[in-house]
Design a binder for this molecule. Sequence first.
Ligand code: AMP
Length: 253
Amino acid sequence: MTDATPRQRWLLGPGHDCEPRTTGTRPYRLILLGAPGVGKGTQAALLSARLGACQLSTGDVLRGARTLDACDRSPAIAAALDAMSRGELVPDDVVLQIVRERVDCLRCGGGFLLDGFPRTLAQADALDALLAHERVELDAVVSYELPIPAIVARLSGRRVCPACKAVFHLETQPPRVAGRCDHCGTALVQRDDDRPEAVRVRMETYAEATAPLIDYYGSRGLLVRVPAHGAPDDVLRRTLGALDARVPAPSRA
Ligand code: AMP
């Protein structure tokens, strides 16, 4: 998958350089919320290509840690990866350490699209403190919404490319050659946490820990609700329309 914005600094951590963004829009600073499987990651990648802001996914950073040799994993990271494969949330302190180490990405002049963070009220409070310290303001929090049966169907058919991270779906977005990535030909895999038992845990965890963030940001006037049914391009159009209504066009030029 082509990244509009190389995300080395986010994915690999501090000390890695990023190239300047190339789109001419204003910098957007957005949080993307939504249940697992709602299509948030797909929208983050499409929005990144359109708006030039980097997709900052905590899930991608944690999945990157899986490629470390067992002896290079700290006990905290090893425990986090175990929690992740069961579909549970990684402890707040581990996630917050990951984000704090990458605070440069929050102060980036190109803006950011936070994908999968925050996921708990404690993480949202910590993010508020980080942003206030950096004097950075959020433009909006986009909440993607879809009924639960549709989400479960999306998750069970999802296949991902372990090399370039492209996402496919057995029914709605099959690869051109069965089981192979359209972009790089690598064999597609099912994420551990897309297996049925982990999906059940993730949905329960979302309802308990993450759904309260909808009210948290709603009460601050930041929430933009976007129905997430239909093809990715349709959802993207809806998202851009909702953002236009919130951020008047002249100031986006
Ligand atoms: P995602 O790719 O965003 O669906 O994240 C995959 C998994 O990584 C989640 O099911 C969690 O186990 C873990 N994870 C990612 N982001 C967070 C976060 N902000 N807080 C806790 N766990 C997270």
